[in-house]
Write a protein that binds this ligand. Structure first.
Ligand code: COA
Length: 438
């Protein structure tokens, strides 16, 4: 049979395709804007037939039936990243959270978390019978390669991206055809505080650096201040609209990309329709799976890699909590530590953690003597080179605990410095004196 015959034979309705899911199965579902809604909606409609099905997913972008009390006992989430649509279900014990490095997700599918079924969303086949994971290669490609049964929503509006993104139609068990726009998630605008942080971050970035920006408005706030730089490179997990603006400014040539000079390397594209159109068949953007893009051992070979990632709070030692508020799982590690470690090991690299000095409308300091009770350490004190707030840059690498604490209080909000200074004195048995820069 040629690929067209295979494709035609395996094309079914969503209702029929989801019958492949059996009670007790582990079902992978492609994440966020790449979720194959035709399949998840058909599964939700069929829930009564099923018991103890677990959906492994990252951040669904909209409210889902699987978080409701009605779904209990039938289908529940096991999330790798918590978002607005799933936070309540995790808090109420109706969904689970699994901590795992992003780059290791494909490996757990081989060992600890075998997949019975994968729900993926793919492009239309090309003339050779290959379908592309499009804007969402991350661990979707691995899930499709490893699951016992693969069900694909084939959306003719999913871009066909280049790099290592494709599967052959013969690798897929069922196709469900759709035509619908992908959800857009434009990057949030940085406010004045974010812009101040962005200016400090930009001062740490030199011509020729390779850049990764993490999730949220604050990590990307440096981008508008980089447009006059030369020969920057994008080597990242998440390609966004703001990164596209930087490319359009002419500051990016990817000249120092060690693997594919001249090309952007990414694993996901998340943003507007314009971004999705940009990555479609674009030979200057190579998308790769996370086990390659995010692996710290690979990132260590990328010269002058600068990682910029956000956090919830940083303690006096430089331990970073980027995913919990108190003991509540607020988000997840994402690729933060993958890139922080990679940048820390990269020749000439720098790992930068950014945060507004306060949260909750200025009532809480994000620089704290101790992380909150129950908080997770997302990034260890050994991995962070710089912490940047709107009050400046705290350089931590090679610094003692006493020096770190002092540098961090220096960039805390002035309203909290006295209180933090008292905690400093209690711990280090000397009064807090601001760092005097040469
Ligand atoms: N104490 C109490 N509440 C806090 C807090 C703290 N220390 N820090 C943040 N919050 C609250 C904020 O007030 C805000 O609440 P609100 O929306 O009611 O105002 C909420 O938590 C979100 O905080 P904010 O800092 O605005 O979030 P963000 O959208 O900028 O995301 C992270 C920041 C750290 C949560 C996010 O970047 C993340 O999940 N990172 C981990 C993954 C990662 O870094 N991936 C990078 C590779 S892509």
């Amino acid at each position: 049979m040629n690929w067209k015959e295979i494709y035609a034979q395996r094309t079914v309705t969503a209702e029929k395709a989801v019958k492949a899911v059996k009670s007790g199965d582990h079902v992978f579902v492609a994440q966020s804007v790449a979720e194959p809604f035709s399949l998840t909606e058909a599964l939700a409609a069929d829930y009564k037939r099923l018991q103890d099905v677990e959906i492994f997913q990252n951040r669904p972008v909209k409210d889902s039936f699987f978080t409701t009390p009605e779904s209990e006992g039938h289908i529940r989430y096991n999330l790798y990243f918590v978002g607005a649509s799933t936070r309540k279900a995790v808090v109420e014990g109706r969904a689970d959270f699994t901590p795992v490095f992003y780059y290791e997700l494909p490996e757990i599918f081989d060992n600890q978390y075998p997949l019975d079924v994968a729900f993926v969303q793919l492009s239309r086949p090309d003339k050779h019978g290959y379908v592309s994971c499009g804007i969402n290669v991350d661990y979707q490609l691995a899930a499709a390669r490893k699951a016992k049964i693969v069900i694909a929503e084939v959306n003719d509006q999913m871009p066909f991206t280049l790099g290592d993104t494709t599967l052959h139609v013969s690798d897929i068990d069922y196709f469900v055809e759709t035509s619908r726009p992908l959800p857009e998630e434009p990057a949030p605008e940085a406010d004045e505080v974010g812009k101040a942080i962005g200016r400090y971050v930009a001062s740490l970035i030199e011509d020729g650096c390779n850049l990764q920006f993490g999730y949220g408005a604050v990590p990307e706030a440096a981008i508008p201040y980089l447009t006059e730089k030369k020969d920057l490179g994008i080597y990242t997990e998440m390609f966004s609209d703001r990164v596209l603006q930087l490319i359009k400014s002419g500051a990016v040539t990817n000249k120092n990309n060690p693997i594919h000079p001249g090309k952007v390397i990414s694993s996901i594209a998340l943003g507007s329709k314009e971004l999705y159109e940009y990555v479609d068949h674009n030979n200057n953007v190579f998308m790769y799976p996370v086990e390659f893009v995010n692996h710290p051992a690979n990132l260590a070979k990328v010269p002058n890699l600068i990682s910029v990632n956000a956090c919830v709070q940083v303690d006096f030692m430089g331990q970073v909590n980027a995913e919990t508020i108190g003991d509540m799982q607020f988000s997840g590690i994402g690729g933060q530590l993958d890139f922080v470690r990679g940048a820390a090991m990269s020749p000439g690299g720098k790992s930068i953690i950014v945060c507004q000095s306060t949260a909750k409308k200025g009532t809480v300091s994000r620089i704290v003597p101790f992380l909150d009770q129950g908080a997770a350490v997302t990034t260890t004190r050994h991995d962070v080179h710089y912490v940047v707030t709107e009050y400046g840059i705290a350089e931590l690498k090679g610094k003692s605990l006493r020096q770190r604490a002092r540098a961090l209080i220096d960039v805390a909000h002035p309203d909290f410095r006295e209180e933090l200074g008292k905690a400093f004195e209690a711990k280090f048995k000397e009064p807090y004196q601001p760092v005097v820069h040469a």
